[in-house]
Design a protein around this ligand. Structure first.
Ligand code: FE2
Length: 200
């Protein structure tokens, strides 16, 4: 039997080609924070606009463009512009509730500081009416899937895809930097009545 994976969900992985400098790390570690559900988040919600993170931003923007052109492969001149960006701090025992990112097209997380068994869980957003416990889990029969995450790694995913972080185990504060994007340029096709031009 040959099986084809129709309409798959692309999860992008990319590695920053160097460790964060002490200055970058210090900048992220000392941002003012506020309470979130289960953990804390930076008050600054445009963190990638700071000069201290210029090189990290350039790396992320390149990866986003690569993901967008490899998956969407747009006909017209349209690109993803980074919108908001913020840092998440999860102390051992804290977690990050299941959520998705509205008003965004592709979202991503860059890992700043992780514990050895840190993971991200993604969820299939549909109610399972008929449940058949599988012998082994695969991409067809799973309701969720997880990946190990480590410092220096960037993960990109469709913003509508629900995700979650389990209770942090280990000694370090799990620190990640998240961001959203939105298409700008010639988004649709006027002849198909989907025309939308957003200033780049
Ligand atoms: Fe998120």
């Amino acid at each position: 039997m040959e099986l084809y994976n129709l309409f798959p969900t692309a999860i992008g992985f990319a590695g920053f080609n160097r460790a964060l400098t002490d200055e970058e790390l210090f900048f992220i570690q000392t941002l003012e924070t506020r309470k979130n559900i289960g953990n804390t988040t930076s008050v600054d919600n445009f963190v990638l606009r700071n000069a201290a993170l210029t090189e990290l931003r350039a790396f992320i923007e390149d990866a986003v463009a690569d993901y967008f052109h490899s998956t969407v492969n747009p006909k017209h001149n349209v690109n993803l512009r980074m919108t908001q960006s913020w840092c998440n701090y999860s102390e051992p025992g804290q977690h990050h509730h299941k959520h998705a990112h509205p008003n965004s097209f592709v979202s991503g997380v860059f890992y700043v500081q992780t514990n050895p068994d840190d993971r991200i869980y993604f969820y299939r957003d549909e109610w399972q009416q008929i449940k058949l416990p599988p012998e082994t889990w695969n991409a067809y029969n799973s309701e969720s899937w997880w990946f190990h995450v480590k410092a220096g790694q960037l993960i990109l995913f469709p913003s509508s895809l629900p995700h979650m972080v389990q209770e942090v185990k280990g000694e370090l504060v799990r620190i990640s930097l998240s961001f959203n994007t939105f298409p700008v340029g010639t988004v649709g096709e006027e002849m198909e009545l989907t025309g939308l031009r957003l200033e780049a």
